[in-house]
Design a protein around this ligand. Structure first.
Ligand code: S3P
Length: 173
């Protein structure tokens, strides 16, 4: 599997709050490559927060934009660590281009663990609901198979520190 996976691009997928940005930034530093956060790239393009865009334009328009940004970012030849939005795997085109163009690591967190981490975070549009834990459980049930389908490796985020996760991932490359 490691031989088959392209090596210049390391992609992190997983639920919102699974640590994609935190782990991704440290990984990029360790590997000496650029760190790219697809949500940040999208926010620069739209000139407002993803949350505001969701409210104004709706989820499908966000997904269209996300799909074109994902295609563009994964086509770049420079070595990088790419952290993706938690819903990027919903579109089959994204699952395919991430898997084919990068080495994809799924940071697997349980919905309960994610909830503990991000319960006070007001920037995540999909969690602005009456029962965020219930919402996370639904997202997990829907997306866990899609993260697995997209990924070359699965890393459990439950206990290890960020530094340990970075070590575990670099050892698998
Ligand atoms: C989303 C997750 C967000 C962001 C958008 C939609 C999702 O990214 O892309 O709000 O569908 O799970 P994070 O996973 O970085 O929070």
């Amino acid at each position: 599997l490691a031989e088959a996976a392209p090596t210049h691009l390391l992609v992190l997928v997983g639920l919102p709050g699974s640590g994609k940005s935190t782990v991704g930034r440290q990984l990029a530093r360790r590997l000496g490559v650029a760190f790219i956060d697809s949500d940040q790239v999208i926010e620069q393009r739209i000139g407002c927060s993803i949350r505001a865009f969701f409210d104004r334009e709706g989820e499908e328009n966000f997904r269209d934009l996300e799909e074109s940004v994902m295609d563009e970012l994964t086509a770049a030849p420079e070595a990088a660590v790419l952290s993706t939005g938690g819903g990027a795997v919903l579109r089959p085109a994204n699952r395919q281009c991430l898997h084919e163009r990068g080495t994809v690591v799924y940071l697997r967190s349980s919905p309960e663990e994610v909830f503990r981490r991000i319960r006070h975070d007001k920037t995540r549009p999909l969690l602005q609901v009456a029962n965020p834990l219930e919402q996370l459980r639904k997202l997990y049930a829907q997306r866990d198979p899609l993260y697995r389908e997209t990924a070359h490796y699965v890393v459990e985020t439950g206990r290890p520190s960020v530094a340990t996760l970075v070590n575990m991932i670099t050892m698998q490359l």
